[in-house]
Design a protein around this ligand. Structure first.
Ligand SMILES: *Cc1c(COP(=O)(O)O)cnc(C)c1O
Length: 397
């Protein structure tokens, strides 16, 4: 008699696969099978990495930068990241406070691992980026989801935060500009939330991945600059993926007070070691060849802003649909609760009948919405809007 294999671990059994990657994969499979799909599910810029960044990486590869590097990153990159916080926000940090990781996602995971013990609670405002609750669970901690819907512009209020805190709460996760809603908190709004976190001695994971993808003259806030108390407890996450169209490179950054940064680096030393060495030289060029990088970013921002306004206007013309004009990232998050279908059913039928791919809001902890990414061409947005309007008209009969 052969024995059946032992069960998988509780970690492997409880983790939920990423629903956004799943919808995107399904849309791409349909397209590969010859279907004319309008994809709004992508979570990455549709631009290519700027040439000067690629060239610096290739040069490093040819120059033999092919060996292990220090776990927290090559020194010139850590220095350049520290310098850019000073330039961008007047935030003075030492290179030793910077940890470069294989993707912002891993930076977030390390931040959670460094601050949460089993049984601790982490407050995750919803709609949330899909990985936060799973990361908290993988640390043995408990995600406390607090819904901030379109009535507050998808922004958590200090009163909601205060009400969610218990003696076990250890961490507050903030993400502005937000994936999935595109919402951008003002500096004053963040200061009010941080004051509550300080009062209860929480750590703050501030995911600022979309800090440079921001419109209408809105300003990003670096949460650590709000006060010395904020700085002492904040782990700032950012990276290269979204701002410089470098998702496949896998380079994220974490900046934190020295003892926290050291803890994060030590965790990373046992989990992944350094980011691909020659890739780090590409990232370095993104920060040092400032004019070329600024020009590439400007081009991307002009396109995103145009598409944002176009998609927003088109969505609000569909009877029954309502959508806030988000000021950041490359997502809109329309409310579809008036159509009498769950968002999962809505997305399923939309893909089946009209070949339009969107991610249901419930994947982000907010039933009754869709996440639409406008990191796609103007033509696809136009075609997708026509199909979406036709689909919605069939639901209202
Ligand atoms: C894309 C994204 C990340 C991480 O991106 P990486 O590709 O891992 O660098 C982190 N947070 C949010 C909110 C994101 O959308």
């Amino acid at each position: 008699m052969s024995q059946s294999p032992a069960p998988l671990s509780s970690w492997a059994r409880q983790v939920a696969p990423s629903p956004t990657l799943a919808v995107d994969a399904k849309a791409k499979a349909l397209a590969a099978a010859g279907e004319d799909v309008c994809g709004f599910a992508a979570g990455e810029p549709d631009f290519d990495t700027p040439e000067h960044i690629k060239a610096a990486c290739i040069a490093a590869l040819k120059a033999g930068k092919t060996k292990y590097a220090p776990t927290p990153g090559i020194e010139p990159l850590r220095v350049a990241i520290a310098e850019r916080y000073l330039t961008d926000y007047g935030h003075k940090v030492a290179a030793g406070q910077v940890v470069v990781s294989p993707g912002g996602k891993f930076s977030c995971y390390l931040a959670v691992m460094a601050t949460c013990s089993p049984g601790d609670e982490a407050i995750v405002p919803a709609p949330f980026w899909v990985s936060y609750p799973e990361m908290v669970k993988l640390a043995g901690a408990v995600p406390k989801l607090v819904l901030a819907d379109d009535r507050t512009g998808f922004k958590l209020t200090p009163a909601q935060l205060e009400a969610a805190i218990t003696p076990r709460t250890r961490l507050l996760i903030l993400n502005s500009p937000s994936n999935p809603t595109g919402a951008v908190y003002t500096r004053a709004e963040l200061a009010a939330l941080v004051a509550v976190a300080v009062k209860h001695n929480l750590y703050i994971l501030s995911d600022e991945m979309y800090e440079h993808l921001i419109y209408d003259g809105a300003k990003p806030t670096c949460v650590a600059t709000l006060s010395p108390e904020a700085e002492a407890r904040t782990l700032i996450i950012a990276g290269f993926s979204k701002t410089y169209a470098m998702t496949g490179w896998r380079i994220g950054t974490l900046v934190a007070p020295a003892p926290l940064a050291k803890a994060v680096s030590e965790l990373q030393s046992q989990m992944s070691s350094n980011v691909t060495t020659f890739a780090q030289y590409g990232a370095l060029a993104a920060l040092t060849e400032k004019e070329k990088t600024a020009a590439a970013l400007k081009e991307m921002l002009v396109a995103f802003d145009r598409r944002r306004k176009f998609l927003h206007a088109g969505l609000n013309q569909i009877p029954g649909m309502s959508c806030l004009l988000a000021q950041g990232a490359f997502y809109l998050f329309p409310n579809i609760s008036r159509f009498g279908l769950t968002d999962v059913e809505f997305c399923h039928r939309l893909l089946e009948t009209e070949k339009v791919a969107a991610v249901p809001g419930s994947a982000f902890g907010a039933e009754g919405y869709l996440r639409l990414s406008y990191a796609t061409s103007d033509e696809i947005i136009a075609k997708g809007l026509t199909r979406l309007a036709r689909f919605c008209a069939t639901l209202r009969k």
